[in-house]
Design a protein around this ligand. Structure first.
Ligand code: HEM
Ligand code: HEM
Length: 188
């Protein structure tokens, strides 16, 4: 499979970035719900609550880098044309849906970062290196960033649901191999 997108196909790099981000998002939701429920001082599968928090923060920052790479890649190698089987209104909604998805993918890690830095909780990157805090303790900002983080986390589920629903609708009801455009290792 070619690395670059062509006029009709997503290339290997776009597909890799799409599914790497998806898998890390799944990890973030599962990890976040575990870490906020374990209780301090308790362990789960041999890991402390602090470890889950640190991994959530660290993977969140990796996600920010991947998403910025993905946006840069989208600018460097333009996307293929719309799938011919997408109706005009599906194209319009998909355009706005993808714009919102990128907004969420950026705002989520940024708000998480602002929350922990302004709250002065710190980030020990993968349990290995303390990141400097360029913001300093600012309680108002921390509260705002936390609310934004949690609200966007759950709004993202709704936005992704539309995106996945469209893919499944085309695959299951229209039988037009729409999903194959993005699945890894699948040529049309
Ligand atoms: C795309 C990346 C991220 C996703 C999808 C994500 C998702 C979530 C979710 C679903 C929650 C649980 C909300 C709840 O039910 O209470 C959460 C909480 C949290 N996230 Fe993230 N997050 C991301 C990145 C980050 C980053 C980069 C940081 C910090 C550097 C961070 C720090 C936190 C903290 C500290 C909480 C606990 C909030 C609290 O309840 O006090 N997150 N995140
Ligand atoms: C975290 C979850 C997800 C996010 C943030 C996301 C985001 C995106 C974005 C932004 C695009 C546009 C191409 C690009 O810029 O890379 C895209 C395309 C696509 N996604 Fe997802 N996606 C997610 C999950 C899924 C899942 C679970 C499926 C499969 C059921 C899926 C199927 C597709 C397909 C088939 C395309 C190509 C659409 C077309 O040809 O117009 N995505 N996705």
């Amino acid at each position: 499979m070619p690395l670059l997108n062509s006029a009709t196909h997503y290339g290997a790099m776009t597909r890799f970035l799409h599914w790497a981000v998806f898998l890390l998002f799944v990890y973030q939701y599962v990890g976040a719900n575990l870490m906020t429920r374990i209780g301090s001082g308790k362990t789960l599968f041999g890991l402390t609550q602090g470890t889950y928090y640190n991994w959530h923060k660290s993977i969140g920052l990796v996600l920010l880098v991947l998403v910025l790479l993905r946006l840069a890649w989208r600018k460097l190698t333009p996307l293929p044309d719309w799938a011919p089987t997408l109706a005009p209104d599906e194209r319009t909604i998909s355009h706005w849906n993808e714009t919102l998805l990128y907004g969420c993918m950026i705002l989520l890690p940024v708000s998480g970062y602002l929350f922990v830095m302004a709250g002065d909780y710190g980030i020990k990157l993968f349990g290995w290196h303390d990141l400097p805090n360029p913001i300093g303790k600012r309680e108002g900002l921390a509260t705002l960033a936390r609310v934004v983080h949690i609200m966007i986390a759950y709004a993202t589920i709704v936005i992704v649901a539309w995106h996945v629903g469209l893919g499944l609708k085309h695959q299951i009801f229209d039988h037009d191999r729409f999903l194959a455009r993005m699945l890894p290792f699948v040529r049309r």
